[in-house]
Ligand binder design. Structure first.
Ligand SMILES: Cc1cc2nc3c(=O)[nH]c(=O)nc-3n(C[C@H](O)[C@H](O)[C@H](O)COP(=O)(O)OP(=O)(O)OC[C@H]3O[C@@H](n4cnc5c(N)ncnc54)[C@H](O)[C@@H]3O)c2cc1C
Length: 548
């Protein structure tokens, strides 16, 4: 620790105890794996923090990086001894939802990046078993090197970890059953808050041969308790993987009118839920290309009806300029014949139901892909190829000001065209009432990772320089949470700053879900050491007070 800098302490822990705990952590993992210098600690700040440099910014006091499960168990015991809050991360790349920072200033980050063993990948029964520090890139390289015929569903940035991503209910881009990353996990090993090691489901049977294949074992299914929560540190997880298809096609559907979305979604739902297509990517070509400004005429119609959008003028603009109102990328997997038959079927379904619907095949490949094909593939993640291309759009372009990152507001709405159009209207009205330029337009599209619901997301930009912008943004975010809840929409995921607000609206029957979680927390983590506040669950000793 630098001599003249004031040490950040874990909440309610005195300096003497903290220094003793540091010595004990060092004994367990080795001095080099306990990070206490400011320059190291800074790497664990949330790079996209919505309260950058404010007193409540959750900067950790320390980070500890164990290599083995036994070390994690020892760390947990030390944390109990001194009542130090610890916050586990896998690869800590949760940008937009908190990155690698803990929930509270002073919590000790337990960085599991060194626990990076690929325990098994099986391409006959199509599963893998991984430690938390294994990234999507690591797993992909392993499968390629060993010529394995399976692929892992992944989020857009490939530097995260299947364990960390799935524990925050992350989503991806293949068939629904795989892109629900927590849903695709099977089997878990967890260090509990008292340091005991537990295996769930089939893993509870010593010598079980189906840890990563049969989800339920016998008795209650407890795996869900360890996601978006603070009941343990997960040290191993199994996942179902998708066999590589023989053939892949990307078709693009365009329709001319805004209301075409209603029949379009119904057909798309049918195709998806029948496993005829993979992940449909909805867009509107009325949005400018990333980084480009919107056409000024079109932009003027966004506020030309008493400050709100003139839908008729926007529709007329699209028809006049021959710009399709909606455009959907549709991946289709299978063998050459089945893919061709499915493309024809999809064409028929849409052209029968929607006037002016057009479908064009823009990619059509036999697998394995060549190096060049992999490089030029439009959506690499739909074939399990990890990359970081998404970052060019996240903090740049005309649409983002300031450009220091973003926090995501991610409410779930029904997978229904009418509801989407209603959602646009409600958000536009809300921005209008707040006296702000609306970040939602009548051509904002749904996100379709969730295979039985839409996510209608807003990426709120934050600043590293301007605290006022951040404060305003936090207020708007919190307002949006309430507006959404009033209409029956709730966030699926949120960064630490917003977790209380988000969990607060899941309050059926006097917040019984939260009270149930709190009862569990008090029983299995009486000292409240694991990630206090994560998922809106606070331990008894901190309940009702925020650590700021
Ligand atoms: C431009 C951009 C695009 C993105 N696209 C996607 C996307 O397509 N899909 C998506 O899902 N996300 C996306 N994200 C969000 C995020 O980057 C990914 O979800 C990322 O994989 C999460 O980071 P991670 O895997 O390193 O998990 P971590 O940061 O390690 O973990 C996430 C959280 O889970 C908990 N946790 C982690 N490990 C453990 C453990 N072992 N035990 C107990 N709790 C644990 C912690 O609370 C942690 O904060 C995107 C972000 C950006 C900036």
């Amino acid at each position: 620790m630098s001599e003249n800098k004031k040490m950040i302490l874990p909440h309610k822990v005195n300096e003497k105890d903290f220094l003793n705990a540091i010595k004990e952590f060092e004994k367990v993992v080795g001095k080099e794996w306990v990070y206490k210098e400011e320059e190291d600690i800074n790497l664990y700040r949330d790079a996209y923090s919505p309260c950058w440099d404010e007193p409540q910014e959750p900067i950790p006091s320390l980070a500890v990086a164990p290599k083995e499960v036994e070390e994690v168990q020892e760390i947990v015991k030390i944390a109990n001894k001194y009542k130090i809050a610890i916050f586990p991360i896998s690869t800590g790349k949760n940008l937009g939802y908190g990155s690698s920072a803990p929930n509270n200033r002073g919590d000790v980050v337990i960085d599991l990046k060194r626990m990076n063993k690929i325990i098994e990948v099986n391409d006959k029964r199509n599963f893998c078993i991984l430690e938390p520090g294994v990234s999507y890139f690591d797993l992909y390289e392993y499968c390629e090197k060993n010529n394995l015929n399976v692929m892992m569903d992944m989020p857009d940035p490939g530097w995260g970890s299947p364990v960390g991503n799935s524990l925050d209910h992350g989503w991806g881009y293949m068939y629904g059953q795989y892109r629900d990353h927590f849903g695709a996990h099977c089997g878990m090993e967890v260090v509990l808050p008292n340091g005991e090691l537990m295996r769930t489901a089939m893993g509870a049977l010593p010598g079980s041969k189906t840890f990563a294949e049969n989800k339920y074992g016998y008795g209650p299914y407890v795996d869900g308790l360890f996601s978006q929560s603070n009941f343990g540190i997960v040290t191993k997880m199994g996942f179902w993987m998708m066999p590589k298809p023989e053939h892949y096609t990307l078709a693009v559907l365009t329709v001319p009118k805004r209301d075409d979305l209603i029949p379009l979604v119904e057909i798309m739902n049918y195709l998806e839920d029948s496993s005829i297509i993979g992940w449909p990517l909805y867009r509107s070509p009325l949005n400018p290309e990333y980084g480009k400004a919107m056409n000024p005429e079109l932009k003027s119609y966004l506020t030309s009806k008493n400050g709100k959008p003139d839908i008729d003028k926007i529709q007329d603009y699209a028809l006049r300029n021959k710009i399709p109102y909606w455009k959907i990328d549709i991946p289709i997997y299978g063998n050459k014949d089945s893919v061709e038959a499915n493309v024809n079927y999809i064409k028929q379904r849409f052209s029968k139901a929607i006037d002016g619907a057009e479908i064009e095949v823009i990619e059509d490949y036999d697998l394995p892909l060549t190096k060049e094909q992999k490089k030029s593939l439009k959506h690499k993640v739909t074939l399990g190829i990890p990359n970081l291309e998404i970052f060019w759009l996240s903090t740049r372009g005309e649409n983002f000001a300031p450009k220091d990152g973003h926090v995501w507001f991610s409410p779930i709405i029904p997978r229904d065209g009418k509801e989407l159009l209603k959602c646009q209207e409600i958000y536009i009205d809300t921005f209008h009432e707040l006296g702000m330029e609306s970040m939602i337009t009548p051509f904002s599209h749904p996100r379709t990772w969730m295979y039985r619901a839409f996510c209608f997301m807003i990426g709120f930009a934050n600043s590293r320089e301007d605290k006022e912008i951040n404060e305003k943004m936090r207020n708007v975010y919190n307002t949006m949470v309430k507006v959404a809840a009033k209409h029956g929409w709730g966030d699926y995921r949120a960064g630490p700053v917003f977790q209380d607000a988000v969990s607060g609206v899941y309050n059926f029957n006097d917040s019984i879900l939260k009270r149930f979680a709190e009862q569990l927390k008090d029983t299995i983590d009486p000292n409240g050491i694991i990630a206090p506040g994560r998922g809106g669950i606070w331990p008894k000793r901190l309940r009702g007070e925020k650590n700021d």
